[in-house]
Design a protein around this ligand. Structure first.
Ligand code: SF4
Ligand code: SF4
Length: 333
């Protein structure tokens, strides 16, 4: 473990540089979680123009390739992306034009086992958000059991509902008893499920203590898994003493190391498509809107920026490669 006194000096790709596309595909969701908001389930942006999106993607991917990007990570979120009708056709398109893309999805895991049996091959990473108010616990576990030996990364992301905290913890115990492979993330709530929302404050001490001491738990029986290959789209933390660690954005935030003002940030590696279809570089305010997924003439930019912001607020932005410069302050506040 790196000493917290040693400065972080770079976040860099583990292998070659890769392009990162985060796509919040629609505001359609079959759940209505009390800690969520209409922007994620209101149904005003169903976004169903598959053919146009494929044309724009084709152009964007060609531009990335011209700029030397060889690996691609595409992360689908929503709403509930498995209910987004274009999803399967778009994933099939991505597999047809990219060499071993890393396709990831954040789902509430409400689909049936039959859906996952048919479509799991499209994905490499699945983040299964567990929402105690609406989830069918048996269906959730049945799906995770099926996926645990078929995909290299399946995370059970438990949203820690304040009033039903104990029930969520109890469900985590069930996961640990019933699964051979698991990665459980205990996700503290934000006051609104929007990028850069403030963290929810848990007033009861035992809950705050639980979250302080439980960020994740895992058990991995690799022999049991049939690992599916994808090109590397992982990043590393590089420290001043030469030490490197696999990037963990949640840990960096908890260590107060997510301050990169003055660093050179490769913001052009990462595009974020919101439910209106607007495409912007990163999700922070340093990124600009460069066009819309419904417009195949969108042009990518290819220049890094000097980070102007005091805080890099979300995991996706923290994961963008960046390097400390002479003009930067320290990585700690
Ligand atoms: S938190 Fe997720 S699953 Fe729950 S309503 Fe919002 S988008 Fe749907
Ligand atoms: S806040 Fe934006 S510009 Fe600054 S490091 Fe994070 S992603 Fe890069």
């Amino acid at each position: 473990m790196n000493s917290s006194e040693v400065s972080l000096v770079a976040i860099r790709p583990a292998e070659k540089k890769f392009a990162n596309i985060v796509w919040q595909v629609s505001d359609v969701c079959n759940y209505r979680c009390s800690y969520c908001n209409r922007g994620n389930w209101g149904g005003q942006q169903p976004n169903l123009d598959t053919k146009t999106y494929i044309k724009t993607l084709k152009s964007l991917l060609s531009q990335f390739k011209e700029q030397g990007y060889e690996a691609f990570k595409i992360f689908f979120s929503g709403g509930e992306p498995t209910y987004w009708k274009p999803l399967v056709e778009i994933c099939e398109f991505l597999h047809s034009v990219l060499d071993r893309p890393l396709i990831a999805i954040n789902t509430n895991m409400s689909r049936s086992l039959n859906w996952w049996e048919t479509h799991h091959h499209l994905f490499r990473d699945v983040v299964a958000s567990f929402h105690i108010e609406s989830a069918n616990q048996d269906n959730y576990l049945r799906n995770i059991k099926y996926l645990q030996c078929r995909l290299p990364y399946v995370a059970c992301r438990l949203l820690m509902h304040d009033e039903r905290f104990e029930e969520v913890v109890k469900f985590s115990e069930r996961i640990k008893v019933e699964l051979d492979n698991y990665l459980i993330e205990y996700a503290a709530l934000f006051d609104d499920l929007l990028p850069h929302s403030p963290m929810h404050i848990y007033k009861e001490k035992w809950k705050a203590d639980f979250l302080e001491t439980h960020s994740y738990e895992s058990q991995r029986n690799l022999d049991f898994c049939m690992i599916k290959d994808a090109k590397s789209a992982a990043c590393l933390e590089v420290y001043a003493d030469g030490n490197v660690e696999v990037l963990n954005a949640t840990r960096l935030i908890s260590q107060n190391r997510n301050h990169f003002k003055g660093w050179s940030c490769s913001i052009n590696d990462s595009i974020f498509i919101n439910t209106s279809g607007n495409i912007r570089l990163a999700s922070c305010n340093a990124g600009q809107i460069i066009g819309n997924i419904a417009d195949e003439n969108v042009k990518l930019l290819n220049q890094p920026v000097i980070c102007p912001l005091e805080v890099c607020g979300c995991g996706t932005d923290i994961s963008i490669p960046k390097i400390r410069t002479n003009k930067s302050g320290g990585d700690r506040a």
